[in-house]
Write a new protein. Structure first.
Length: 115
């Protein structure tokens, strides 16, 4: 049997950022991404989202990227610590590039090189 990681087709980056997720059964829950790809993300939350099931449709918004649109998504899995979602559309062209740039910018500000 193949693992979930072996079934992934898009490269993922480890990236923690605040997100807002909204589904019919769950309104306005904030969480943090663990990893993100062009096709999906895993999000940890402070509360167990047991009201959600694989296949539930909703939207996700990355909070610190001002021009990031709400991304339609579908729940892929629910765990005790969070949810895995697949983006319904690859509508955020360049999302990974934008996240890598943001991550590099943040690291540069937190760890400035000495001259």
């Amino acid at each position: 049997m193949r693992s979930k990681a072996e079934n992934r087709t898009a490269p993922r980056i480890q990236f923690a950022t605040r997100v807002l997720v909204q589904f019919d059964a769950v309104k306005g829950v904030t969480g943090s991404t663990v990893d993100v790809s062009e096709s999906g993300a895993f999000i940890t939350t402070q509360i167990h989202l047991k009201a959600l099931s694989p296949g539930d449709f909703g939207v996700l918004k990355i909070l610190h990227i001002a021009d990031c649109a709400e991304m339609p998504c579908v729940v892929a899995r629910v765990t005790e610590t969070g949810i895995g979602v697949e983006f319904a559309d690859i509508c955020q062209a360049g999302l990974i590039t934008q996240l890598k740039s943001t991550k590099s910018s943040l690291v540069g500000r937190l760890n400035p090189k000495s001259t």
